[in-house]
Design a protein around this ligand. Structure first.
Ligand SMILES: Cc1cc2nc3c(=O)[nH]c(=O)nc-3n(C[C@H](O)[C@H](O)[C@H](O)COP(=O)(O)O)c2cc1C
Length: 200
């Protein structure tokens, strides 16, 4: 599974998604853009730095994250394994996805590893989940989402629901991570299934 983190707001969504995939035993190929690194630091603090990610994740989400494996790739490394369709990665999520990276994926630019890996997912007809975060949205941004959806990507906006009665920011992040895991084909218990009634 490829996880890309870009410079849009919502670093907590990225961390919860990463932890949930690792808890599932997934081998995660991680790419963090330059502004993705900045947002991790700005929104989550010094301890969420990319060099100390596994201790950060296990400190926050528990030792279950050691069930999976994490490989960090440089965003400028277009020779990385995941830049090729011959690599066995079965899906990719860009969480959160900036409007800049969205535009690049929509137009197949492939200038960076995030852009190239997303392009590979589309050309190989594999799962690509894009979690855009911006508000309000311009017409070009809306059109770029349509282009990605037409090419086969799933647009999964960072829009947590409230029917599950969230109490904390982590509850909201659990909901988004659960939606992403479902889109990537994983079963999980990150949020309660809708039973027809609001839980009390
Ligand atoms: C604190 C901060 C918050 C940002 N939030 C967003 C955002 O929510 N959505 C967005 O599209 N761009 C946001 N940006 C702008 C992007 O980081 C910027 O366009 C950057 O070039 C994206 O590059 P990347 O996609 O390679 O990470 C934010 C920037 C900063 C510094």
């Amino acid at each position: 599974m490829i996880v890309a983190v870009t410079g849009a707001s919502g670093a907590l969504y990225a961390m919860r998604t990463l932890a949930a995939l690792l808890e599932q035993g997934a081998q995660v190929e991680l790419i963090v853009t330059e502004y993705g690194r900045r947002l991790l630091h700005d929104e989550l603090g010094d301890t969420a730095s990319i060099d100390r990610l596994v201790p950060y994740l296990s400190g926050k989400y528990g030792g279950g994250v050691s069930a999976g494996g994490l490989t960090l790739h440089g965003n400028r490394d277009l020779g990385a394994t995941i830049a090729s369709g011959s690599h066995g990665s079965s899906g990719m999520v860009i969480v959160p996805c900036s409007m800049k990276t969205l535009a690049a994926v929509a137009h197949g630019l492939s200038r960076t590893l995030v852009e190239r890996a997303a392009d590979v997912m589309l050309k190989e007809r594999r799962r690509l989940v894009i979690v855009p975060r911006e508000t309000p949205m311009s017409l070009p941004q809306l059109r770029n989402m349509v282009l990605c959806a037409e090419a086969g990507a799933m647009i999964l906006p960072a829009m947590p629901a409230f029917y599950q009665q969230p109490r904390t920011l982590d509850d909201l992040a659990d909901f988004m991570a659960g939606k992403i895991l479902s889109a990537l084909g994983f079963e999980h218990r990150l949020y309660p299934e809708w039973t027809g009634q609001v839980p009390r």
